[in-house]
Design a protein around this ligand. Structure first.
Ligand code: MG
Length: 135
């Protein structure tokens, strides 16, 4: 709710090249009350992030054209250059190892979700990453 009592839409950018996976995640986000925009590769995600104000970005690590790590780095560089606030970025990966998580952190991501995940796990990470942005 915004101050005048109207409903505000929270828009999430979901970047994932796997259509089946992203359909599942889209349904979860929809259930949690988010509008979802989808990108199928990292470069498109970077372009969309520059053109729109998202509440959150969910970024698959392994994507064609530009992977999720490079895309997150590009988004952080552009935010620094433009002096715009950093949008929360959650990485999505099938890898559970610490190395992958460190790479995500180094690329500027806030946190990582390991596939497959339950809606409650998604909700928890989204809330932690977005904090006050969700009101
Ligand atoms: Mg992928």
């Amino acid at each position: 709710m915004s101050e005048d009592g109207t409903l505000t839409t929270q828009l999430v950018l979901l970047a994932d090249d796997n259509e089946e996976m992203s359909t599942v995640i889209e349904d979860m986000l929809d259930f949690l009350g988010f509008e979802v925009a989808v990108a199928r590769d990292g470069r498109t995600a970077v372009e969309m992030a520059a053109a729109n104000a998202y509440t959150l970005i969910l970024m698959d690590i392994e994507m064609p054209v530009m992977d999720g790590l490079a895309a997150a780095e590009a988004i952080r560089l552009r935010e620094q250059a433009d002096l715009t606030p950093a949008v929360p970025i959650l990485g999505i990966t099938g890898h559970t190892d610490r190395g992958t998580h460190l790479l995500c952190q180094r690329a500027g991501m806030n946190d990582v979700l390991t596939k497959p995940f339950l809606m409650v796990q998604l909700e928890e990470k989204v809330k932690a990453a977005c904090g006050a942005r969700l009101n």
